[in-house]
Design a protein around this ligand. Sequence first.
Ligand SMILES: [Zn+2]
Length: 115
Amino acid sequence: MHELSIAKSVLEGVRAELARRPGARLQKVGLRVGELSGVNADALSFSFEALVKGTEMESVTLEIERGPRRQRCPDCMNEFAVENGDLACPSCGARVTECIGGRELEFTYLEFEEP
Ligand SMILES: [Zn+2]
């Protein structure tokens, strides 16, 4: 399953960060999943929970935020989030714009418990 291998790499990223903060207790992990990444957020949450179950990370919550598709207009350099699948530039009306975002899968934050 695609999402399971992604959940594994998310977990590796989290562990690498924890290794740099000895003694810190992680509470929450924020993740942004781009709309074009092809990742199913529910399946990813489920896989993550299955992976951390019974480990020291069991209490960690994964919060997934959807990242919208973003385009840039080559005519006026306007950057915008796509709504309703409309790729035309909202600023100058150019019909051909390039995709600059929406495929990302990245951490937005790691929230630690105060000591
Ligand atoms: Zn434009």
